[in-house]
Design a protein around this ligand. Structure first.
Ligand code: TRP
Ligand code: ZN
Length: 498
């Protein structure tokens, strides 16, 4: 049945005209969460976003952000109202040109009630006007907006959008982006994708960025500050845009020496994973004090701390591997995190092998032999670690060892066909660990349920038999050099703190 929009007052009249009266009772509120068991209130139900247009203005001295978000979406149910995930102060919401009422609910929910109910399949243009001081807003007791001496950075996982734009904040609802930010002259604004224009007017410069490929909300990033911006091209023609805070101090050289290898590393990774999936690549190093990097799409966020001990190309490999594993192919749910971290870590192992610093097999051996059977490391299930252990070392290291076990089982031919075929099979989409298991069985022609169960789902150390080629006895073997680098880059990712 095709339902039409009916204002409540018109119901009686309309029912005289329609053979089957549309019942207002079929319209219900969109769920306050998209249905991710790890994070029940992340994302929302009832609609699907296709594009975010963010027109913003930011004043670093006061941390004041103001703007207008124009969201293109479509309803996925007969909808009486819907939520956005957002923390700043909203002054107006319009839905398809009409003023909507809005209210705040628990934590980060903004509840929008349009003038009239919206039938399933209705295209929506939602305009949200807002302002606020992001660093003063918190939900669940934390804030992910980081002020710097000259600006601010939005880059966090699994959430960072709430502090700068209203969204359906879950990786399963990907969209394209226009991010346009006015900042005081002399300051730059960096975001994802391609810089379309810079426009100076009356003391402010507006930077307009566009991400023309689907992007998960947590992969949208914004960095404001005084940056040196470099542009280049990889040998295979991928445009590279990097940005370095002018204020990196002693670590500046090592940061540049590492991040300037982006083009070379993107080309190298494309031999394993297929063509680079986006229009540009790059990263930025702001003057933050946090200790983690994040695979923000096309523009990786690097913390200067990670270059404090010298250049760290292995970290660049990890974050660029995510451009395929995480960004191009995104998680269906947060429990699928192994598809991101296990594979990005395995890419570091391939790099280590390439650099002659220790083979993937040696690194897997080391993971296996350096954690005794009673080490809590083995209690974390990489295939479903739970929200508290989502970024535990086990998801990365046992997760990468799981891939080495797969490689041992099916051989290099099938293994590398899978690594390259997977991004193609789910390009710009979403997939789950279960989808990967099926795909690996299809490509290898082997039943693999036992192997995946042992490596991804058993809360115990796999037996020496399961780790056939893993040399559990060589614990005393010297650590490959790259392993120390990886530890330096990711040391402590099991204790991520905000
Ligand atoms: N995905 C990031 C990486 O592996 C790690 C990460 C998890 C992170 N949560 C974060 C980084 C929060 C910054 C903030 O590189
Ligand atoms: Zn990672």
């Amino acid at each position: 049945m095709h339902r039409r929009i009916i204002a409540p007052g018109a119901l009686a009249a309309a029912s005289l005209l329609l053979a089957i009266p549309a019942s207002a009772a079929s319209y219900s509120p969109g769920a306050p969460g998209i249905g991710d068991p790890y994070y029940p209130y992340y994302g929302n139900g009832g609609y699907d976003v296709s594009h975010y247009d963010l027109r913003l203005r930011y004043q670093p001295t006061t941390d004041e952000l103001q703007g207008t978000a124009t969201i293109q979406a479509r309803t996925t149910q007969d909808l009486s109202r819907f939520d956005l995930d957002f923390l700043l102060d909203v002054s107006e919401v319009r839905v398809n040109g009409e003023r909507a009422s809005f209210a705040r609910a628990e934590q980060h929910e903004l509840v929008v009630t349009p003038k009239r109910p919206l039938p399933e399949g209705t295209p929506l243009t939602v305009v949200v006007r807002y302002r606020g001081v992001p660093s003063t807003k918190s939900a669940y007791g934390f804030t992910t907006w980081h002020r710097t001496p000259d600006g601010a950075v939005a880059a966090d996982e699994p959430e960072s959008a709430w502090w700068w734009f209203p969204s359906n904040d879950h990786p399963s609802d990907k969209a394209t982006y226009d991010v346009s930010v006015a900042v005081p002259d002399g300051t730059q604004a960096v975001s994802n994708g391609t810089l379309r224009s810079t426009d100076a007017k009356r003391g402010w410069t507006r930077y307009s960025w566009r991400q023309d490929r689907p992007q998960a909300t947590y992969l949208a990033t914004l960095a404001i500050g005084k940056f040196d911006i470099t542009t280049s091209r990889s040998e295979r023609g991928v445009p590279v845009i990097n940005a370095y805070s002018k204020d990196l101090g002693a670590g500046a050289g090592a940061a540049r020496a590492s991040v300037e290898r982006t083009g070379e590393i993107v080309d190298w990774l494309s031999d394993y994973f297929g063509p680079y999936p986006f229009a540009t690549a790059g990263g930025y190093v702001p003057n933050t004090t946090t200790g983690y990097a994040l695979e923000t799409q096309t523009r990786v966020y690097y913390s200067p701390k990670q270059f404090a001990k010298g250049s760290n190309p292995s970290l660049v490999v990890h974050e660029l591997a995510h451009q395929w594993y995480g960004d191009d192919v995104s998680l269906k749910g947060w429990k699928d995190i192994w598809l991101n971290e296990g594979f990005a870590t395995y890419a570091q192992w391939l790099w280590s092998e390439h650099e002659g610093e220790g083979t993937a097999q040696q690194l897997a051996d080391h993971v296996y032999s350096s954690h005794a059977a009673d080490d809590p490391f083995w209690t974390v299930k990489p295939g479903d670690p739970g929200p508290d252990d989502q970024f535990d070392d086990a998801v990365y290291d046992r997760g990468a060892a799981a891939l080495q076990a797969l490689r041992d089982e099916i051989g290099d031919g099938a293994f590398f066909r899978i690594l390259k075929g997977w991004p193609k099979a789910h390009a710009y989409g979403n997939a789950s660990v279960a989808d990967f298991e099926k795909y690996a069985e299809k490509i290898s022609g082997k039943p693999l349920a036992g192997l995946f169960d042992t490596w991804l789902y058993e809360p115990t150390k796999p037996s020496a038999g399961a780790a056939r080629s893993f040399t559990a006895t060589d614990a005393a073997a010297p650590l490959p050099k790259s392993w120390n680098q990886i530890e330096a880059a990711h040391g402590g990712h099991g204790t991520l703190s905000r």
